[in-house]
Design a protein around this ligand. Structure first.
Ligand code: FES
Ligand code: FES
Length: 162
């Protein structure tokens, strides 16, 4: 039997009825059409499905949609809501942080949440913070540089009040 859920996704209130077994990632993609959140492993390993839920990065393949009832969810579609790229998105663009791009939305969500907690991470802290996000293309060096770019940009924005 379907259950009613009410949550906020990228700033918009959503009310839906979902099967209790529906995963949050499938709710976002199939019900709301927010296909930027990707499905990789569906076993909580790859991080392609990462979203921000009430200020925490979570793997949306690991939660049921009904567990997000009442929550505030941000997906990759909500990161440039004003039309300007989020600094982490800009960093991936400027530093060639993406290759095939499949893992990129999850990487961006995890990186943004990491920078919220720690605005000035070391390289080791960046690598540790992204341990739950796998990129199957090649190395992670450009991804780390993208996060460093974002950290610098956010620091500059904070200093100038932009
Ligand atoms: S699809 Fe969720 S962690 Fe891989
Ligand atoms: S850019 Fe292809 S899996 Fe990461």
């Amino acid at each position: 039997m379907k259950k009613p859920i009410t949550l906020t996704v990228n700033g918009a209130a959503r009310h839906d009825e979902v099967e209790p077994r529906m995963l949050l990632v499938h709710y976002l993609r199939d019900v709301l059409g927010l296909t930027g959140t990707h499905v990789g492993c569906e076993t909580s390993i790859c991080g392609a499905c990462t979203v921000i839920l009430d200020g925490q990065s979570v793997k949306s393949c690991t939660m049921f949609a009904v567990q997000a009832d009442g929550a505030n969810v941000t997906t990759i579609e909500g990161m440039a809501a004003s039309g300007d790229l989020h600094p982490v998105q800009e960093g991936f663009w400027e530093q060639h942080g993406l290759q095939c791009g499949y893992c990129t939305p999850g990487m961006i969500m995890s990186a943004a949440q990491m920078l919220d907690r720690n605005p000035d991470p070391t390289v080791d802290q960046i690598r540790h913070g992204l341990e739950g996000n796998l990129c199957r293309c090649t190395g992670y060096q450009h991804i780390v540089e993208a996060v460093q770019y974002a950290a610098r940009k956010m620091k500059d924005q904070a200093a100038t009040g932009d």
